[in-house]
Design a protein around this ligand. Sequence first.
Ligand code: ZN
Length: 495
Amino acid sequence: MKMKRELWLTIGMVIVNILFISFFTVLAVESPPQLIPLEELPEETPEIIALREKLEAYIDDYTSDMIEMSEHLYHNPEPGYYEYESSKYVAAELEKYGFEVEFGVEGLDEEYNTVIEKLHNARNLPVAFTAKYKGKSEYPVIAFTTEMDALRGNPPFHGCAHNQQPPVALGAAIALTKIMDENNIPGSIWVIHLPAEEIPPPDPTAMFNAGYFDEVDFVLQTHGGVNSGVFNRPLAGTGAAQLINANIYEFRGKTAHSAGDPWNGRDAGDAVRAMWMMIDMIREHSRPEFRFHGAIVETAVAPNSINDRVVFDHWVRANPGLSKEDLNQKVEQINTIAKAAAMGTFTDVEISHYADYGSGVTTAWANALGWYYTKMYSDEGMTSDEPGRQASGWDVGQWACWSIPGIGSERGDWTIAMADVPPTAGHSQEKADLTITPLGHRSLPLMAKRQAAVALRLVTQPELLVKINEELAQWREYGLEKGYVTEDVFRLKNK
Ligand SMILES: [Zn+2]
């Protein structure tokens, strides 16, 4: 009798436990799948294939113009915020094909505007532009983004291959407008120039916050650059981006004659040296996923006067695996180091925080579409369905891709994979030089065809956009739950 009662008790406990566990499993937000099998994509119908083949023909016709544009930008590099001639040159080409161009951005956050005005005289982003081609109906709006800033070398150069971005975007966009016009396909095609990708603060995020992307349904971007090796299928999701926190440390000392009165001076240069040395010390006691980047951006110039003002720009970067909280704690340490450096050199320091880069998100549905055409236009044997790393979002600051879906990314996840590409380091002269070789030339129409083919599917199969947006909503829920994003980042339109 006693045995029986204990048995019933045990069974009862098991049932309660199962109910309890399933209750919490239902409550916990699960990650949406990171991959969609390509067979689940709607069929590329014979009609769509015929349109795509026409697109390819238009892009082939435009290839010599693409090469010319890439070479022109390569030979006339302008660093971020100073892309005055490059942006005029690219916009003029779009106007030739019936796009309406508008420069500058209204409604930017005042704090952001003050920062870029102070650093680069770039209030309202005068080199940013949108070129709009309105087709049979306004929506959906497919936007191809371009960046055209060169790296800040001495002299500036296109070590990140941004000279390839405008020709690819234009090749795809111009061909699409023709196809959409000829076949009465609804939708608008925009080309948006995003300035200064290479340096903070992230302009696309600021533009997004100002409502610049409110009408955009999908963003397509390719970073440019010809990479070596086999390209694995990118995964969707969040948490893969590098988090960055950027700060300016302005040290002020007291000038005096370096030979006659050095004891009356206080050297701001000493303060930066002390700070940099201590950053190297803390490096050993930081997780290996951290990166520390510093540059002296303003300095005194005369050895015979004590440096009275030196400005140090310093970023802490947290690679995947570290959280926002880890990053904030590390920045707190760096700020303490700056104050200690000032204290030890009897100088003053003013710390201005000026940029945050977040964890972006991409969708498995959009990635599946991207992958379908990446495989199609890559060289034989250069892609692998083996999952690779998570793709990062289209906004370099990563915040905007939580609201506006897209593919193409700031890490070059969507570069076409070509055979026999020699390995080159990122941000190197060799990488820049590769863009003006026959290999670099051949990559332009391939990238443009991939971009255009993805866009064609979105305007001819609107159910795909619905699926992508549904999935993005699930990622938002997941991102909120896991702390990758906060609600105030979202900007959800209701058209
Ligand atoms: Zn770049």
